[in-house]
Write a protein that binds this ligand. Structure first.
Ligand code: HEM
Length: 139
C-alpha cells in the first residue's frame, strides 16, 4: 500500500509542477502582448484560466497524498518538516498565480515580462530542494 500511495504522490507532484512551470510562462507572454492585440491576449488568458483550473486539483491531490504518506506510514524526521515548509511556500506561490491571473483579466497587471521570467524560476529551485530533501533525508 505504501508504494501505491507513494507512486500516486509522485505522479500528482509531476502533474502539478507541469502547471507551476507553464502558467508563469504564459504570464511572461501576456506581459509582452503589444497594446491592442486583443485576440492574442484573449487566447493567452483562456489558456491561463484553463491551466489554473486544471492544476489546482492536481496540487490538492499531491499534497493530500503527501500528508497520507506522512501520517499514514509514520514517516519522521526534520527533513519532512523542512519539506512541508517548502510545500506551503509552493501552495502560496500557486494561490499568488491565481491572483496574478485575475489582475491580467482585469487589465491591472503592472509587472513586466522580465519580472515574470524570474518569478517563473522559483518552482524550479523549490523542486530541486524538495527532491534532494526527500531522497537524501539529510537531517
Ligand atoms: C505537504 C506536502 C507533502 C508531504 C507531507 C510529503 C510527504 C512525503 C513522504 C512522507 C514521502 C515518503 C518518503 C520516503 O518514502 O522515503 C514522500 C515521498 C516523495 N515526495 Fe512528498 N510530500 C509532500 C509534497 C511533495 C512535493 C510538493 C514534492 C515535489 C516537489 C514531493 C516529492 C516527493 C518525492 C520525489 C518522493 C519520493 C521519494 C522517494 O521515494 O525516495 N512531495 N513525500
Amino acid at each position: 500500500m505504501l508504494l501505491v500511495v507513494k507512486s500516486l504522490h509522485i505522479s500528482f507532484v509531476v502533474a502539478w509542477f507541469a502547471g507551476l512551470f507553464y502558467l508563469p510562462r504564459i504570464f511572461v507572454n501576456l506581459a509582452m502582448v503589444p497594446e491592442g492585440s486583443t485576440a492574442e491576449e484573449q487566447r493567452l488568458l483562456l489558456m491561463a484560466r484553463k491551466l489554473y483550473r486544471f492544476m489546482t486539483p492536481l496540487g490538492i491531490l499531491a499534497v493530500a497524498l503527501g500528508l497520507w504518506l506522512w501520517f499514514g506510514f509514520d514517516f519522521v524526521g526534520a527533513w519532512l518538516h523542512a519539506k512541508t515548509l517548502l510545500v506551503l511556500f509552493l501552495v502560496v506561490y500557486h494561490l499568488y498565480c491565481g491572483q496574478l491571473l485575475r489582475k491580467f483579466e482585469s487589465q491591472q497587471n503592472a509587472r513586466n515580462h522580465v519580472w515574470f521570467r524570474f518569478f517563473n524560476e522559483i518552482p524550479v529551485l523549490v523542486l530541486f530542494t524538495v527532491v534532494f530533501l526527500v531522497v537524501l533525508k539529510p537531517f
